[in-house]
Ligand binder design. Structure first.
Ligand code: RAM
Length: 930
């Protein structure tokens, strides 16, 4: 029997508080047997779960599309909840209604807001850490309350309590966005928290991204100096009457609570002696509290929460270590981003300090060195990744950090009274709650560990925005994010997360098309006063001041994220909304690249591409040889001195091959975006541009012997992965890359931007053996080397351990973890197809080898579960494939006469196409034995 399940609205399950005017409705389908296709659907929507009266009935719509069908009911109003259910037809069956699901609108008009911005603080010292601000409002609720909603947002991050009870498990709300342009509002159903009579709302505000330390330079006060709150409670009674409790100057405020410091990166200080028993409950005498300051802060940037909430998730228990230096260290066995909860008892005033780190030094002592500032910058002088709990002395106490989370596996404990017992400590991973969707297991335990390391590196860095690392910078670096985006989508459902974040890339684009390297930027750009006080916020890149530094935004490979990520998300989820949102941004970026390519760089005046510079349409107009770039970044054989040298003259030389490569790739993807969106003229324009860049690229960078700009592996990998090499030269370039790798003892020297493409490129051109050698490589640089060194996440720098034997660089950076996609999309061979994205049409082209006996990948795609795996027994390989309903797969194996013969016996429709054998598979389970 055919059945619909997993109903979502705007990619989310029953979202509360959205502002989409025509929300996207999606469902999955399952049934018995093979070849299930939706031929029609019908959605009914109602204000009540009983569906007795409908607000909308789509009627029977003949369409195969089960994803992102737009709600077509009457205009949605603020606060309106809609229940919806769906049935579908296949060629032979009619399902019953599945669901119901619901969605509820948030406050969608500025005029819905009665609340005023309020601030708990009076004067603040910009240069020191501030205690948390506490807000309290007592209000009356009448008999007959039927519904209560809270609409809250903040400058800083907030938690709220109603009558002493924490109102939500969501963390770090309102999330991280380009606050002056987009500030998210959360909606909560708080009906069950309230009772007739006196009720109290309590709000605590921490520094968060608003004014907390962030980025490589650890600058603070990025958006402002003071925290603030805007919120209203809406109460609806049985008689239809409505009341609003809105933030205003009647809220009481104090900063004399226990949270003395709330910096995300610097850590938290909690003085339990200052707890204010009952402060968010009725009956509390708010002595010494003052009135909150009402401000006329704007509300025109408010949007409904669009991402995925950050939540506490997996738990870990520690082993207790005593290090050679006599330190007490808790080892949680897994590098996570999260918090440590602690039970403790002892005398009042005892301070327990917790230092969080990713590694031990070579002697086995606790160390934070590798997560300090980037090499070459002075180390932090302030406490860093450090929480302090001061005991109240009231017996058994438990400490749960609220506003600080850190990247760590180890915690050094100082001053803990009594015996340190593991059962008194729990580490909890914290990340955006993107549902887990993908898994990969094989017969090789080290490979399985690699999967886990990549997965954890992703989770630890998907916290509101995709970050570079959960320790040193915690910043939304675009380059890292684009490189890992496809792998992230293999592991988790990241569409909503990415749709939200890419809008911040859009919000932060400069008028000339430049995309910031980090979004939201970590350059205190948003706080002009702070910028004046501190000089250039871009100090990280420039010693020469702000103007030159702005020049250094929009690195090739970083800025291109505005094109690459939307495209990857479109391929993986099939939703064109992200393309609609980002098209203008992507186009402006590509036009910026075009203008940079047109600019001439005197340094290169005698280079090949300037040879016909005066002619019509010369190559030099398509070679981007200007501006400052970071190149590949952290190439496997680079040491810090070579890197410094390289960076020193970047502003003179640029990175022509790399920048042109990205320019060409982005132009190509932009033309595809235009094609999907029906912008025919743009499609043609950018296709032609991409072709012209490719021609120039081949003219000047690709040699007859297959070399691409010299000996670096990255250039060949990128050129092949981006389709930049003229077709008749592709194999020659691949052959040479393969030779270089073998001559180098199966060691690659590519870096951040290209290494993720290495395995797919090698396999595509017939070098699976080399690919497996590299994957299984145990010497540095390699993924297995890190695992042999005990890594539980993927490192930023391939060496990871310096010449003195100390850990160096972050141990949790996901650019090198982009290899994960090779496991799903090459070894198991699961790939989305552009002609029907979102895995409606799935390409399954597995690659066997490397001594592996078994591989099994699963991916809960937008259409349902896809599985692909193979098992080798002697000479026989059995491939197993599961295709979800309403989707189909093309299964591809390399042609050989023998194999084709065997396949034809099982699948008489199998086709031979050139060097491939292709089988069409419909929904259901399949086995192919060869
Ligand atoms: C590092 C960041 C990030 C990278 C930039 C260029 O400091 O951690 O990974 O994208 O620099």
């Amino acid at each position: 029997m055919v059945r619909v399940y997993d109903l979502t609205t705007e990619h989310l399950k029953n979202p509360l508080g959205i502002d989409a005017v025509r929300p996207r409705l999606s469902w999955k389908i399952e049934g018995d047997g093979s070849g299930i296709w939706q031929t029609a659907w019908q959605v009914q929507a109602s204000a009540k779960e009983d569906f007795e009266t409908l607000v909308w009935d789509s009627g029977k719509v003949c369409s195969e599309q089960s994803l992102y069908n737009r709600y077509g009911g009457p205009t949605l109003r603020s606060g309106e909840r809609i229940f919806w259910r769906v049935k579908i037809w296949t060629e032979t069956e009619e399902s019953s209604f599945g669901g119901p699901a619901w969605f509820e609108m948030g406050l969608i008009a500025e005029s819905d807001w009665e609340a005023k911005w309020i601030e708990p603080e009076e004067d603040v010292d910009y240069d020191s850490y501030q205690p948390a601000g506490y807000l309290r409002k007592s209000f009356q609720v009448k008999e007959g309350l039927v519904r209560a909603r809270a609409y809250f947002t903040a400058h800083g991050v907030y938690y709220f309590y109603l009558n002493g009870v924490l109102g939500s498990e969501d963390m770090f709300s309102p999330g991280f966005t380009s606050y002056y342009k987009r500030l998210q509002v959360q909606t909560y159903d708080v009906t069950d928290f309230l009772r007739p009579g006196e009720n109290v709302l309590g709000v605590v505000l921490g520094d968060g991204w608003w004014r907390g330390a962030l980025g490589g330079g650890s600058l603070r006060n990025h958006f402002g100096y003071k925290t603030g709150f805007l919120g209203q409670l809406e109460l609806v009674y049985a008689d239809g009457s409505r009341e609003v409790v809105a933030s205003d100057g009647s809220f009481l405020a104090t900063d004399l609570g226990p949270l003395r410091k709330t910096d995300n990166k610097g850590g938290e200080i909690y003085d339990a002696r200052m707890e204010m028993e009952g402060w968010s409950s009725p009956g509390f005498r708010a002595e010494g509290w003052r009135r909150a300051k009402e401000t006329d802060g704007p509300k025109d940037m408010l949007i409904a929460s669009r991402g995925v909430p950050v939540r506490c998730q997996e738990c870990f228990s520690p082993k207790v270590l005593v290090t050679p230096d006599g330190e007490t260290v808790l080892d949680f066995g897994q590098n996570i981003y999260g918090r440590m909860e602690m039970a403790v008892s002892g005398p009042a005033g005892t301070a327990v300090t917790m230092l969080f780190g990713e590694s031990l030094d070579k002697h086995g002592n606790f160390s934070q060195k590798n997560i300090q500032q980037p090499k070459g910058m002075p180390p932090y002088t302030e406490p860093y990744q450090e929480n302090t709990y001061i005991l109240s002395g009231r017996g058994k106490e438990s400490y749960v950090p609220m506003f600080s989370a850190h990247g760590f596996r180890y915690v050094q404990l100082k001053g803990y009274p009594g015996e340190v017992k593991p059962e008194n400590f729990t580490a909890r991973a914290i990340h955006s709650a993107c549902p887990d969707t993908g898994d990969f297991v094989s017969s090789d335990e080290t490979l399985n560990r690699l999967v886990s390391n990549c997965r954890w590196t992703g989770k630890n860095n998907y916290v509101e925005v995709p970050t570079d690392c959960p320790t040193r910078e915690r910043a939304g670096w675009l380059g890292d994010a684009q490189v890992f985006s496809k792998s992230a989508a293999d592991f988790m459902d990241v569409y909503a997360f990415m749709e939200k974040w890419t809008l911040d890339i859009r919000a932060e684009q400069y008028p000339n098309g430049v995309c910031c390297n980090v979004a939201p930027t970590t350059s205190i750009y948003h706080n002009p006063e702070e910028r004046k006080r501190k000089g250039s916020g871009f100090a990280y890149y420039s010693s020469k001041g702000a103007d030159e530094a702005i020049e250094r935004e929009g690195f090739a490979g970083w800025g291109d994220a505005c094109v690459i990520i939307p495209w990857n998300m479109y391929l993986c989820y099939g939703d064109r909304t992200i393309l609609e949102n980002m098209y203008g941004t992507a186009k402006a970026w590509v036009e910026y690249e075009r203008s940079c390519a047109k600019d001439r760089n005197p340094y290169w005046s005698s280079a090949k591409w300037y040879q016909n510079a005066d002619g019509a349409d010369p190559d030099c107009d398509y070679i981007w040889d200007t501006k400052y770039h970071l190149g590949e970044w952290y190439e496997a054989d680079f040491d810090i001195d070579t890197m410094r040298e390289f960076l020193a003259d970047q502003h003179v030389k640029g990175s022509p091959w790399l920048a042109t490569g990205f320019f060409g790739y982005s132009a190509k993807l932009l033309s595809r975006m235009a094609g999907v969106l029906g912008y025919e003229e743009d499609r043609r324009t950018y296709e032609a541009l991409a072709e012209r860049i490719k021609a120039a690229y081949n003219n000047v960078f690709v040699e007859a012997d297959g070399s691409v700009c010299g000996k670096r592996h990255a250039e060949s990998i990128r050129a092949l992965a981006f389709g930049l090499v003229r077709e008749d030269m592709e194999q020659t370039v691949a052959d040479r890359l393969n030779r270089m790798l073998i001559e180098n003892g199966y060691h690659f020297n590519s870096g951040f931007l290209s290494t993720g493409f290495l395995i797919p490129v090698l396999c595509k051109y017939g070098y699976a053996d080399t690919a497996f050698q590299i994957l299984g490589q145990r010497e540095m640089p390699s993924w297995f080397y890190e695992i042999d060194c005990g890594a539980t996440t993927v490192w930023e720098i391939w060496t990871g351990i310096d010449e003195k034997g100390e850990r160096e660089g972050s141990q949790c950076h996901y650019s090198p973890a982009a290899v994960a996609d090779s496991l799903f999309s090459v070894l198991a061979g699961i790939r989305p197809m552009e002609e029907a994205p979102g895995y409606k049409k799935i390409l399954i082209e597995p690659v066997t080898g490397g001594g592996l006996a078994r591989v099994e990948a699963s991916m809960d795609s937008p259409y349902g579960m896809i599985r692909s795996g193979w098992e080798r027994k002697g000479k026989v390989v059995t491939y197993s494939v599961t295709v979800p309903a309403n989707a189909e797969a093309k299964f591809v194996l390399p042609y050989s006469y023998e194999i084709y013969g065997r396949i034809l016996k099982q699948y008489p429709d199998a086709e031979r196409s050139g060097r491939e054998i292709r089988i069409s598979l419909f929904s259901g389970q399949h086995q192919i034995v060869v």
